[in-house]
Write a protein that binds this ligand. Sequence first.
Ligand code: ATP
Ligand code: FE2
Length: 337
Amino acid sequence: MTLILGLEGTAWNLSAALVSEAKTICEAESTYKPLHGGIHPREAAQHHASEIKNVVSRVFRGAEAEERGFSLDSIDAIAFSQGPGMGPCLRTVATAARALAISLKIPLVGVNHCIAHIEIGRWRCETKDPVVLYVSGANSQVLAYRAGKYRILGETLDIGVGNALDKFARYLGLSHPGGPKIEELAYKGTEYVYMPYVIKGMDLSFSGLTTAAKDAINVHRHKTEDVCYSFQETAFAMLTEVTERAMAHLGKDEMLLAGGVGANRRLQQMLQTMCHDREAKFYVPETKYLKDNGTMIAYLGLLHYKTGDTTPIDKSAVKPNYRPDEVEVTWREQEQK
Ligand code: ATP
Ligand code: FE2
C-alpha cells in the first residue's frame, strides 16, 4: 500500500488528505472567509500559513488514521498543488510541503491542480476516457486526453464562469462564494432577459455577462431572480455547446464534469440532456470532490509517484499560470497497456 499526504491551497480553501490506492483515509480543511468582498490573495495566504499545522494534525487525528496507527512517519510522499492559483497561497503551501518532505526524508510531488480535478473525477466515477468540462472560479476549460497529454480544446478568453457568477453576486451584496446563492435565486426566475452569448471558435467569454447582468438590474430594472436565471441559462448553454462540439469532433461517448461550478444542478441537467441526446454517458462525482479538496491532490500525487515521477526541491517552485497541457500524463499510458 502507498500512502500519500496531499496539500491543497491554491485559493481560499486549505485542505489536506491522506490517501491510499483504495480510498481517502482522512481529510481535513479550513476555509478562509473574507469579511467582505472577494478573496485577497495575501490574506488567504496568511490564513493558510496559520492553519496548515492544525489541518495536517487533524488528518492524523481522524478516526481511521488513529485506528490504523498512521502518523507522518507512515507516508511515502508529500503531494502539493504547484499551480495554477494565487501566488501567495501557492507559495505558502509549497513551503510547508517542502519542509515536510525534507524533514521526513521522503519525495515531494508537485501536481497540476486542474489535472487533479480531472483525475479525481475519473477515479470516483470510474470513467475511462471522457471529454472533461472543468468549471471553477478561475478556470473554464474543455479538455480531453490525447497522445500523452490533456489537451485544452476550448477555454475562457477572460474570466472563469465561477468568477463571473461571484462578481455578479458581490454586486448583489451576496457573500462569497456567490455561485450557490445565484443558483437559488435563479430557480425563482421566470422571464429570460437578453444576455450576450459569446463563443469564438471553441473558446468562451464570460466577462460581458457580468456587465450585462449588472445593467439588467441597474439600468433596465429587471427582477433579480430573472437576471440570475438568464445569466445561468446563457453561461451554461455556452459551456454545453462547446462541450458537445468537443465530443462530436473526437467521437467520445463519455463526459465528466469537474470543478466547483459543477455542483450547480441546472448545469448538470443541461449536460445530462445533451449527453442523453447523443447517447453518451454523463459523469459527475460527489460535490465534495468537485470543489477544491486535498484528496484530489494526494490522489494525483499517488499516480505520479507510482510512475516514479517526483519533484526535486530545485524544481518545486510554484507556477501560478501552470497549464494542464504542460504535464506529461505518464500514468494513463500505463493504464492502457
Ligand atoms: P480553481 O483554482 O480550480 O479555479 P476554485 O478556487 O475556484 O478552483 P472550486 O471549489 O473548484 O475552487 O470552485 C469554486 C467556484 O465554484 C466558486 O466560483 C463558486 O461560486 C462556484 N460554485 C460553487 N457551487 C456552485 C453552484 N451551486 N453553482 C454555481 N457555482 C458554484
Ligand atoms: Fe479548483
